[in-house]
Design a protein around this ligand. Structure first.
Ligand code: GLU
Length: 449
């Protein structure tokens, strides 16, 4: 059953539906937050009086633009790109760019909305924003990717700045794309403004541990949740969906902490390797060769590839959804709980459907929602901005130590906030309320913004 909202929040939700028709993912992300804010309005009526929630649900600025580009044969293509500058109460808009054919305004708005709370939880001075395009990088040559990135930045540059809006990567956008975008920004503005983009290469202003950050952080969050239950990752059987940047470094950290990862996936299918995944092979396939994960089974004879398979049918003790939104539904959640899963930590954004979340919470397993569990990526982006501002470059060890500490702190904040609001162990309530309070207080302090 879908939980009902109290009257005030229901009205706010209806207004969001009415003002943003057809944006299902945005509605879902808003509803999930509203479902947890009832007790906050009871405790702090000034937030209702100042219409803070209504303001947070309306982006400060939304930019939609055409990106024309030519493929290697000279054929012209037109894509649509977005940058949603959601909230700048805590700092410049901050959040990644996603290149994927499924991108439309509703996806960027759900991501931007979640980013506000996630960024607040990191304790770093960053507001929330997100962008992307319906451009499909699959099968494109590096030259085509470059021409697309240059064309996109030729419009986007005017909206960016290290104190204004700082994009980074997300699905389909890694160091290569950030490089092409940074190059074009630098060329147009005639400024070496390192802090305008994060996720840069090490030789040109990037931060050590940024590549690893999201995956590592998701595992650190799982580790902290397990600790509160007297458990650890040591010896645990784990399943990590996806095989992109987040999944790869989640697998790496689980292995370092003594866990065994037996499965990963891509949008075509699932690899099951009962002996434990060969991470170097996964890295070579995905990071170097840029190929499908099915090729893994050609090199490891005992591994099984299931075309179109469902990774959540595989029994495990710890599950890390690191692929994409709504990849884990109610049926999958029931399956995982039934087969002995004790912890779920989300490396992707909103990977579990509302029904799936309810099943995890009702079963009392440790469930870390993405906006808390995957915050190390953006937190390390903020550390990259800090290094750029001071023209400094930190060691891997120091940067990883900082991001680890940030994740320990986020976990503690969520845990304590959930207890304070009468829901011990409920990280959804903890993350939403703690993130909201920080943004809401700043907005009240700044007057009617
Ligand atoms: N796309 C990542 C996220 O979902 C990282 C954003 C960033 O580093 O700005 O948080």
């Amino acid at each position: 059953m879908v939980p009902s909202l109290d009257e005030k929040l229901e009205l706010i939700y209806q207004e969001v539906l009415h003002r943003n028709p057809g944006e299902a993912e945005f509605h879902q992300a808003v509803r999930e937050v509203l479902e947890t804010l009832g007790p906050v309005l009871g405790k702090y009526p000034e937030f209702a009086d100042r219409k803070i929630i209504q303001r947070i649900c309306e982006p400060e600025r939304q930019i939609i633009f055409r990106v024309p580009w030519q493929d290697d044969k000279g054929e012209v293509h037109i894509n649509r790109a977005f940058r949603v500058e959601f909230n700048s109460a805590l700092g410049p808009y901050k959040g990644g760019m996603r290149f994927h054919p499924s991108v439309y305004l509703g996806i960027i708005k759900f991501l931007g909305f979640e980013q506000i709370f996630k960024n607040a939880l990191t304790g770093m001075p960053i507001g929330g924003g997100k962008g992307g395009s319906d451009f499909d990088p699959k099968g494109k040559s590096s030259d085509e990717i470059m021409r697309f990135c240059q064309s996109l930045m030729t419009e986007l540059y005017r909206h960016l700045g290290e104190y204004t809006d700082v994009p980074a990567g997300d699905i389909g956008v890694g160091q290569r794309e950030i490089g092409y975008m940074f190059g074009q920004y630098k060329r147009i503005t005639n400024k070496y403004e390192s802090g305008v983009l994060t996720g840069k290469g090490l030789a040109w202003g990037g931060s050590r541990a940024r590549t690893e950050a999201t995956g590592y952080g998701t595992v650190y969050f799982a580790q902290e949740m397990l600790k509160t239950r007297g458990e650890s990752l040591d010896g645990k059987t784990c399943v990590v969906s996806g095989s992109g940047n987040v999944a790869i470094y989640a697998i790496e950290k689980i292995m370092q902490l003594g866990g065994k990862v037996i499965a990963c996936s891509d949008s075509n299918g699932v690899i099951l390797d009962e002996e434990g995944l060969d991470l170097e092979l996964v890295k070579r396939i995905k990071e170097v060769d840029r190929r499908r994960i099915s090729t893994y089974a050609q090199s490891r004879k005992h591994a099984v590839y299931r075309d179109g398979g469902n990774i959540w049918a595989i029994p495990c003790q710890v599950a890390l959804p690191c692929a994409t939104q709504n990849e884990l539904n109610g049926k999958d959640a029931r399956n995982l709980v039934k087969q002995g899963c004790i912890a779920v930590s989300e490396g992707a954004n909103m990977p579990t459907t509302p029904e799936g979340i309810r099943i995890f919470l009702d079963a009392g397993i440790a469930y870390g929602p993405g906006k808390a569990a995957n915050a190390a990526g953006v937190a390390t982006s903020a550390l990259e901005m800090q290094q750029n501002a001071s023209r400094d470059s930190w060691t891997f060890q120091y940067t990883e130590h900082r991001l680890h500490q940030i994740m320990v702190d986020i976990h503690k904040t969520c845990h304590e906030t959930a207890e304070e609001f009468g829901a011990p162990g409920n990280y959804v309530i903890g993350a939403n309320i703690a993130g909201f309070l920080k943004v809401a207080r700043a907005m009240v302090a700044m007057g009617l913004i």
